[in-house]
Design a protein around this ligand. Structure first.
Ligand SMILES: *Cc1c(COP(=O)(O)O)cnc(C)c1O
Length: 362
C-alpha cells in the first residue's frame, strides 16, 4: 500500500481509511451490476437503497428527532447561507446573526441580500478570539431566528454552551458535525457541508424542523425550497450520488465506532493532547484564542516568529505531517483533527512539536 500522510487539512480532509478501501473494492463493479454506482440511474434500485440508507443512518447516528427532516442538498454550506434567509425570512421579520469569524461573516453577507439582518454580537472587536456569552447576545423584537456558526473553522473557536435564546436558532455546523450531541429543541435548521467530518465535498446535510415548512417562502425556484426538497426526498433533480454513497459509509463507520458519544470523547481527548502540548511549551507554541472557547476540531497555534513558523511547517511536511498551515487570512498554524484523524497521528504530531522546539530554540 502507498504511504498515507498525517493529513491535518481543514477540508476536504482526511477520511477513514476503512471507508476509502471499501469504496475502492466495490467501485468498478457495484454489487455485481456490471457498472459503478456513479454510472447508473439515480432512480434505480441500487442507488435508491444507498440513498435511503444514508438518510436512515443520518437519523440514527445524529440522533435526529422525528419532527426534523433530513435533506441532502448541493451547493455546500455556502448555498445554505442563502437558502436559510430565502426560506425563513419574509419581509415582516428580521434575523439575528452572530459574527464569530470568517464563516459567520460570510453567512451575514449573503443573508443581507434577502432580508433585514442585524448582528446580535460582533466578535470583530475581539479579533474573533472568542464566542459570546449568553448575556452578550442581543435579540431584538420580531426576530425570526438567531444564526450561529457552532465552530469557526478558520479562527479555531467554538460555542461550548449553546445559545439558549428566546427565538429559534439556525446553525452552521459544517466543521463540528458529529463531534458532539445537538440539542435539537433549540434549533429550526441545522446545516453543514459534508467535507469536514462526513465525506467528500459536494453537498450539505440539512436538518429542518418540519413544522416550519408550511410557512416557508414559496416564491422561489424549486431547488431552493426546503418543502419541495422534502416532498421529493432530496431527489428533485439528480442528487450528488457519490457524496451520498460515501456519507453512508462514513456514518456506518461512526456507528461502528460507538456513535456520537464515542466521537465526542475521542475528539475531546485528541484536542486535549494538542492543547496541553501548546500550554506546556513555556510559551513557545501559543494559542491565540480564548481558552474557554477553543475548538476541538481546528487547533490554531503560533510559534515565536514567522520564520520559525515557516521552518516548522516545512519540516513537519517533510516528516509526513501535512496541511498544517493556517488559513491564508490569519496565518500561523492549524491542525484540523476531525473524527477520522487517528489519535496516533495526533500523538506523533505532539512528539514532533516537542522535538522541533528542542532543536530550534526561540
Ligand atoms: C467549510 C465551511 C463552510 C463552507 O462550506 P462549503 O461546503 O465549501 O460551502 C461554511 N461554514 C463553515 C463553518 C465551514 O467550515
Amino acid at each position: 500500500m502507498i504511504n498515507r500522510v498525517h493529513n491535518f487539512s481543514a477540508g476536504p480532509c482526511t477520511l477513514p481509511l476503512e471507508v476509502l478501501e471499501e469504496a475502492r473494492e466495490e467501485f468498478v463493479n457495484y454489487q455485481e451490476s456490471g457498472m459503478s454506482l456513479i454510472e447508473m440511474s439515480h432512480r434505480g434500485k441500487h442507488f435508491d437503497a444507498v440513498h435511503n440508507e444514508a438518510i436512515q443512518l443520518a437519523r440514527e447516528v445524529f440522533e435526529v428527532p422525528e419532527d426534523f427532516c433530513i435533506l441532502f442538498l448541493q451547493g455546500g454550506a455556502t448555498l445554505q447561507f442563502s437558502m436559510v434567509p430565502m426560506n425563513l425570512l419574509g419581509d415582516k421579520c428580521k434575523a439575528a446573526y452572530i459574527d464569530s469569524g470568517s464563516w459567520g461573516s460570510a453567512a451575514i453577507a449573503d443573508a443581507r441580500i434577502y432580508g433585514s439582518v442585524y448582528t446580535a454580537w460582533d466578535g470583530n472587536e475581539y479579533n474573533y478570539s472568542r464566542m459570546p456569552s449568553l448575556d452578550e447576545i442581543h435579540i431584538k423584537t420580531n426576530t425570526r431566528y438567531l444564526h450561529i456558526t457552532s465552530n469557526e473553522t478558520i479562527g479555531g473557536i467554538r460555542f461550548v454552551e449553546w445559545p439558549d435564546v428566546n427565538v429559534p436558532v439556525v446553525a452552521d455546523m459544517s466543521s463540528d458535525y458529529m463531534s458532539r450531541r445537538i440539542p435539537w429543541q433549540l434549533f429550526d435548521v441545522v446545516y453543514g457541508g459534508v467535507q469536514k467530518n462526513l465525506g467528500p465535498a459536494g453537498m450539505a446535510v440539512v436538518f429542518v424542523r418540519q413544522s416550519i415548512l408550511s410557512a416557508c417562502n414559496k416564491n422561489l425556484g424549486r431547488y431552493l425550497r426546503y418543502d419541495l426538497q422534502l416532498d421529493s426526498n432530496s431527489m428533485l433533480n439528480t442528487p450528488p450520488v457519490f457524496p451520498i454513497y460515501l456519507l453512508g459509509k462514513v456514518l456506518r463507520w461512526m456507528r461502528l465506532g460507538g456513535g456520537i458519544e464515542a466521537m465526542e470523547r475521542a475528539a475531546e481527548e485528541k484536542a486535549a493532547l494538542l492543547y496541553s502540548a501548546i500550554d506546556n511549551s513555556s510559551g513557545y507554541f501559543s494559542s491565540p484564542v480564548d481558552e474557554h472557547d477553543r475548538s476541538v476540531m481546528n487547533v490554531v497555534f503560533r510559534l515565536p516568529t514567522p520564520d520559525l513558523e515557516n521552518l516548522f511547517l516545512g519540516e513537519a511536511n517533510g516528516a509526513g505531517f501535512v496541511n498544517l498551515k493556517g488559513h491564508r487570512s490569519v496565518g500561523g498554524c492549524r491542525a484540523s483533527i476531525y473524527n477520522a484523524m487517528p489519535r496516533s497521528s495526533v500523538e506523533l504530531l505532539v512528539d514532533f512539536m516537542k522535538s522541533f522546539q528542542l532543536s530550534n530554540p526561540a
